[in-house]
Design a protein around this ligand. Structure first.
Ligand SMILES: C[S@@+](CC[C@H](N)C(=O)[O-])C[C@H]1O[C@@H](n2cnc3c(N)ncnc32)[C@H](O)[C@@H]1O
Length: 371
């Protein structure tokens, strides 16, 4: 890789200082339960903790760090622009992609048990996407009579606002609060108050490495009161062939989703990735118990990224890791939760034992610092 002289980046992109504090100076709520500074349109309250300028700085920082690292790696959140959100939605309906169907089956069977165990007045969903399956939880919580508010939290504003508007149409009496934020940075901005059930579905927690998962779960625990609860969806370890197929579908939708990160970088950082110059590669890493999605250079090539004044050389066969998706055992879920201040209250799997949904409540106060 050839940093052209000198390597310059947008202000702050290379620094360690986060823009979190700047994010919250726009008058948005900061865990007070208020929504001062939030905008409300068509009945939807929208709170932004990621603004266009922060997005550019954060993307630049991640791309600079990721493409100059060895091995090269990008965080999976950058898949999710409007196109990435639509492609992921398509993935959830693919025959090979069992996790969404299995998690939905569990919620179909047990949403009322979940609502009985935690009759929350507020449902918070992290990495909410389309919030499709979440309707099962909303229905069950409404049946308990106490549900007042739904907080959808996602980094992808387009999918988030679309989902929020659909929910308002279906649940006109529900306060729907959409929060554009990064769950690795903005948990302290979650609206607080009342009794909250915090859902983190879709196996998204598996996109974090163990240390990051631990920090995330601790940080979330710190934000929770004694009556709040966490509902965690996790994919389980299984036959590697099925796992690989789930991320390498015959129709090529996951490949398009994977390559979308290059389109995002081209558009937002003025890069010239040739999308067809990279193949979608899926690998089961048995030692770490996770799926790896990679983009592999199909020929020698140089990519320039104007905003970073950076040129990166790829040799044929060079990989860029774009996502890990960890697969769990039930014991490991329980242990990781216990280590981070959570106690498993109940755990359900689908009849095939492919996926688990775990309800956990705060136990001890964790000691490590929050993210
Ligand atoms: C695998 S999808 C799951 C969507 C939905 N929860 C489901 O179960 O179908 C991951 C979702 O998390 C969002 N996401 C990814 N990284 C994020 C981050 N760091 N902060 C907030 N949202 C994030 C994506 O935009 C996407 O909607």
């Amino acid at each position: 890789m050839t940093p052209r002289t000198p390597v310059t980046t947008p202000a702050g992109a290379t620094g360690t200082a986060d823009t979190d504090d700047a994010d919250s100076t726009d008058g948005t709520s900061s865990g007070t339960g208020t929504v001062a500074g939030a905008t409300t349109f068509a009945g939807l309250t929208l709170d932004r903790h990621v603004h266009a300028s922060d997005r550019a700085v954060n993307l630049a920082r991640d791309v600079l760090g990721g493409l100059t690292a060895n091995p090269r790696e990008l965080p999976p959140k950058w898949f999710y622009d409007a196109t990435g959100g639509m492609l992921f939605d398509e993935i959830t309906r693919l025959p090979e992609y069992y996790p969404t169907r299995r998690e939905r089956a569990i919620l179909d069977d047990h949403a009322s048990d979940i609502a009985a165990a935690c009759p929350a007045d507020t449902l918070v969903e992290l990495g909410s996407g389309t919030s499709e399956k979440t309707r099962l939880l909303l229905d069950a919580l409404r049946a308990t009579g106490g549900l007042r508010k739904f907080v959808a939290f996602d980094v992808d504003e387009s999918t988030l606002t679309q989902a929020g508007r659909s929910l308002i149409a279906v649940y006109p009496d529900l306060a729907v609060h959409a929060v554009v934020g990064d769950f690795e940075r903005h948990l302290s901005h979650l609206p607080s108050g009342g009794r909250r059930l915090i859902a983190f579905l879709g196996g998204t927690i598996g996109n974090m490495r163990p240390a990051k998962r631990g920090a995330f779960l601790r940080a979330l625990r710190e934000q929770c009161g004694s009556t709040d609860a966490l509902l965690l969806g996790t994919d389980l370890v299984k036959d590697p062939d099925r796992l690989v197929a789930a991320y390498d579908d015959g129709a090529g939708v996951t490949a398009a989703f994977n390559r979308n990160v290059l389109t995002v970088i081209n558009r937002e950082l003025g890069a010239d990735f040739n999308i067809r110059g990279f193949a979608h590669v899926v690998h089961w890493n048995a030692a770490d118990a996770w799926i790896e999605m990679r983009l592999r250079a199909v020929r020698d090539q140089q990519v320039t990224i104007d905003s970073l004044a950076l040129a990166v050389d790829f040799q044929r066969g060079d990989d860029l890791l774009t996502e890990i998706s960890a697969k769990f055992t039930r014991d490991r879920i329980t242990t990781e939760l216990a280590d981070t201040g959570w106690a498993v209250a109940q755990q359900w799997t689908d009849p095939e034992g492919d996926f688990a949904v775990t309800l956990a409540t705060p136990s001890t106060t964790p000691t490590a610092a929050s993210v």
